[in-house]
Design a binder for this molecule. Structure first.
Ligand code: PRP
Length: 175
């Protein structure tokens, strides 16, 4: 049983607002180059990209943090690089959730070194009480408490990514 934390309608409304803010801040009306981090961000990216009115392109990268389970180890490794160059592009890094900040800090450094024209970050969920590495996030969907969340791309051992809402598994919700 999964307890709903953020309903699909609330997610859709917030995603549309985020897209509006991103394109409002984009010089010259785009294109906006969205870079998503697999796997969790693919659902957020798919919805975000379809609400833009300006031209959008996208690319994917994958990272893994050493160590299994729900706690991030803080050591990040690139497992799939981008297909396209970032030089001169207005890049928006798309993350599903920022927890310790270790992954985002690593990715922002990596992308910035590739000389995009601009680099901004959007994350759907910000678990800011868990931050260990300070990071700047330009657009935040929802600030959430320190709960283990699934759905809308986020998994528990690869399950629940398909849920249209963000929820808390029952064993966590009871705590
Ligand atoms: C999540 C999320 C971030 C990272 C955030 O990915 O997509 O990449 O954790 O954690 P941090 O702020 O503590 O570094 P996850 O490891 O769950 O992989 P997945 O997206 O493939 O499910």
């Amino acid at each position: 049983m999964i307890h709903v934390l953020i309903e699909r309608e609330a997610i859709a409304a917030r995603v549309a607002e985020l897209a509006r803010e991103i394109q409002r801040d984009t010089p010259g009306g785009g294109p906006v180059h969205l870079v998503a981090v697999l796997k969790g961000a693919f659902v957020f990216l798919a919805d975000l990209l379809r609400t833009f009115d300006v031209p959008v392109t996208c690319d994917f990268m994958a990272v893994s943090s050493y160590g299994a389970g729900q706690v991030s180890s803080g050591v990040v490794r690139l497992t799939k690089d981008l297909d396209h160059d970032l030089a001169g592009r207005d890049v928006v890094l798309v993350e599903d959730i920022v927890d310790s900040g270790a992954t985002l800090a690593y990715l922002q450094g990596l992308l910035r070194a590739r000389n995009p024209r601009s680099l901004r970050t959007v994350c759907l969920l910000d678990k800011r009480s868990k931050r260990r590495v300070p990071v700047e996030i330009d657009y935040v969907g929802f600030v959430i408490e320190d709960r283990f969340v699934v759905g809308y791309g986020l998994d528990a051992n690869e399950r629940y990514r398909e849920l249209p809402f963000i929820g808390v598994p029952e064993e966590e919700a009871e705590q």
